[in-house]
Ligand binder design. Structure first.
Ligand code: NOJ
Length: 686
């Protein structure tokens, strides 16, 4: 415990007999607890500094942690602070998502607003607002309009998170300027040795009693938050904002609010998902009519480029031809899949498309791609043509064309875009994750909403709950997805990868992971050197695990990523045809970070349930009660299990398909092969 915290406790005891002292304490400390009373936040001034701390039950989780802000050409707002006022309120409301992992979300919190003034000149004022929920805490800074603070440049946000425990952390790094993305593999280590990490950062206290996720919500006009690791082996993580080229973090003018800093809390890993804390800290939808925003499954002229059978660029292997696209549209229509993504349709892919970012046209197709005809053909077949907009980080080039491009798509009835930002630094050398980029993304989201366009963003900034305010912001990448299984130097994602993703990245929002590779050995693919060799990259999963990922890794836009020809004559493809993409209810039935997870979800507006179970490189068995089913109702379970002898390394393909009657008193025995999975559809008996 900090020495000064011990002092405060002693002072409180003495104050019983000292009325004057009591008054002082009332002005230097304020508390607020969650509706269930378990999460307690204390905000206090010590030696002119402002601190917050967080207890869960009676255990300290976050020790007094500093709050403050550093500005260019002004002293930091850190010392000589005094609390001038505190106000409290309670909020309890349940709202409905137009689509999501759950239909109904309860926002029940107690709010404490602490107004603070700087006692020294220039006497700046701000408020820190804390919202304390049963599932965590959000807090943000609010700067009102005032004479001493108008236009400003933030050079650092001085918020700290001082953990009481040297908790285990699952993390990806943030300090690799030439790899300014989120596509690394996760590592696990104690907080005290972390260097510089991205959020969501998932932590487990060493006694296993509490799971903590640090993240942010409602990132609108600010820089993305990273966490800089403890110095000198302490347990203090500090906010580190993604910078502009000149090092500035944020430009603003009062009145101004920061994003919420969020601390999600749970007793068990299985209670972390579905995570709604961030959604509750975003404003309600501003899109008046959301009936056109529809979750869907899709196929795409995509995997072929990644395994080398097609190209984005023009030439003999050009994937985006009219004939090939019609083939994909026919396939989608025949199998009840809602969309067809086409990459490489637009001029700009020839040569080094990452360097030549300004060569991309977002309206001009290659001559062998008849855009109006394909829009017509897709429409006639009841399929959506998903337009690809790779920008390579050429934001100015994209923004210049955005109006005409979106107007063109709208006029052709095309209402979904997959965009991409393959680059490290953007503009004149700004961080991929800084305010410059945040502002760009917001402009795109707003413009897309205006033209009635749904978005799936690759190389995005992490999700901070934008989808509540703009439900057309549907899915994004922002982690290492399936594509790494086509070409990554490490030979593909390790079998544990998705069992970590579920408890980390997936807690911020949907991910376009692109599951569903059936040709696990990529026999149809070819590398530049010719035939693919056994040690070259490929999914390190069984085929059944590819099916389970449809349930485990949530996305309202869910791809059937393989080549259509690889789904032909495959009975297991029936699961992809059937599985829902929009959910009423989500329950995590079992899980251990990095080892396994089993998720059950009930489809939106329907009675069927889907279960996905995945494991890491170890085979495992589970006995799962189906008590989540409606009592008294008869169901049929259609089971897609790892077949005899299945093993991700030696024998990934066998799938055993079976079916049988079940009800809410049944149990299913789930056997997962090493690197395996199981997918179950539970539909009402006819
Ligand atoms: C990276 C994206 O993640 C991938 O899906 C896309 O095919 C390429 N960029 C090209 O835009």
């Amino acid at each position: 415990m900090h020495t000064w915290l011990r002092c405060t406790t002693r002072v409180v005891a003495l104050s019983i007999t000292a009325a004057t002292l009591l008054t002082t304490i009332a002005a230097t400390q304020a508390r607020v607890a969650s509706p269930d009373g378990r999460n307690q936040v204390t905000v206090e001034i010590h030696d002119g500094g402002l601190y917050y701390s967080l207890n869960r039950d009676t255990h300290p989780l976050f020790l007094p942690s500093r709050l403050g802000m550093a500005f260019r050409n002004a002293p930091p707002l850190l010392d000589s602070l005094r609390i001038t006022d505190t106000t409290r309120s309670t909020h309890d409301e349940t709202w409905t998502q137009p689509w999501g992992e759950v239909a109904r979300v309860r926002d029940h919190h107690n709010e404490l607003r602490v107004s603070v003034v700087e006692t020294a000149s220039p006497g700046r004022r701000f408020t820190v607002a804390f919202r304390v929920f049963d599932d965590g805490v959000g807090f943000r800074y609010e700067f009102p309009e005032q004479p001493g603070l108008g236009e400003f440049a933030i050079t650092d946000e001085l918020t700290e998170f001082t953990l009481e425990d040297d908790a285990r952390a699952w993390w990806i790094p943030s300090n690799r300027p030439r790899l300014d993305r989120s596509e690394m593999l996760f590592s696990e280590s104690p907080v005290s040795v972390l260097d510089s990490v991205q959020t969501p950062l998932t932590l487990e206290t060493r006694d296993g009693r509490t799971f903590v996720v640090i993240h942010e919500a409602n990132l609108v006009d600010y820089a993305r938050m990273f966490l800089a690791g403890p110095r000198m082996q302490s347990r203090t993580l500090r906010v580190a904002l993604a910078p502009y080229a000149d090092g500035t973090k944020v430009y603003g003018r009062t009145p101004f609010v920061t994003p919420w800093r969020t601390i999600q809390l749970a007793d068990r890993a299985t209670e972390l998902a579905p995570s709604v804390l961030g959604l509750n800290l975003n404003p309600p939808s501003v899109v008046p009519n959301t009936s056109w925003i529809k979750p869907m499954k899709y196929v795409g002229i995509w995997w072929g480029m990644h395994i080398g059978t097609m190209t984005w660029s023009s030439g003999p292997k050009h994937g985006a031809t009219t004939a090939n696209t019609k083939r994909y549209i026919d396939f989608a229509a025949a199998n009840g899949l809602g969309g067809v993504l086409v990459e490489g349709w637009n001029v700009g892919w020839d040569g080094d498309w990452i360097q030549n970012r300004n060569a991309f046209s977002f309206t001009k197709p290659y001559p062998d791609y008849d855009l109006p005809e394909l829009a017509r053909y897709a429409h006639q077949k009841g399929v959506k043509l998903i337009v690809h907009n790779e920008t390579s980080g050429g934001l100015e080039n994209y923004e210049r064309q955005m109006d005409s491009a979106f107007a063109l798509y709208h006029s052709l009835g095309l209402d979904a875009i997959k965009s991409g930002y393959v680059t490290d630094l953007v503009g004149e050398g700004h961080s991929h994750y800084g305010q410059y980029m945040v502002r760009h993304h917001r402009r795109v989201i707003e413009k897309a909403a205006q033209y009635g366009i749904m978005l799936d963003v690759h190389e995005p900034i992490h999700d901070t709950g934008e989808r509540r305010t703009y439900p057309n912001m549907m899915s994004r990448e922002g982690a290492r997805g399936q594509e790494y299984n086509a070409w990554s130097a490490e030979g593909g994602n390790p079998p544990e990868h998705e069992t970590i993703l579920f408890f980390t990245r997936m807690l911020d929002g949907p991910m376009d992971f692109t599951p569903g590779i059936f040709d696990i050995l990529i026999e149809r693919g070819q590398s530049d050197r010719g035939a693919r060799r056994p040690w070259e990259p490929r999914p390190r999963t069984t085929l059944a695990k590819q099916l389970a990922l449809y349930v485990v890794l949530y996305s309202p836009l869910q791809m059937a990523a393989d080549l259509p020809e690889n789904y032909e004559h495959q009975p297991a493809f029936q699961f992809i045809r059937d599985v829902a993409v929009d959910w009423d209810t989500t329950r995590v039935l079992a899980g251990k970070i990095g080892d396994y997870v089993i998720v059950a979800r009930r489809e939106r507006n329907g009675p069927s349930w889907y279960v996905g179970a995945i494991t890491d490189e170890e085979g495992r068995t589970f006995d799962i009660p189906l008590s989540f089913l409606s009592p008294g109702r008869k169901y049929v379970a259609e089971i897609y299990a790892d077949g005899p002898g299945a093993n991700w390394l030696t024998n990934p393909l066998p799938v055993a398909i079976s079916k049988g009657p079940v009800d809410s008193r049944s149990r299913v025995h789930i056997v997962l092969a090493p690197g395996g999975g199981q997918a179950i559809r539970i539909r009402p008996a006819r």
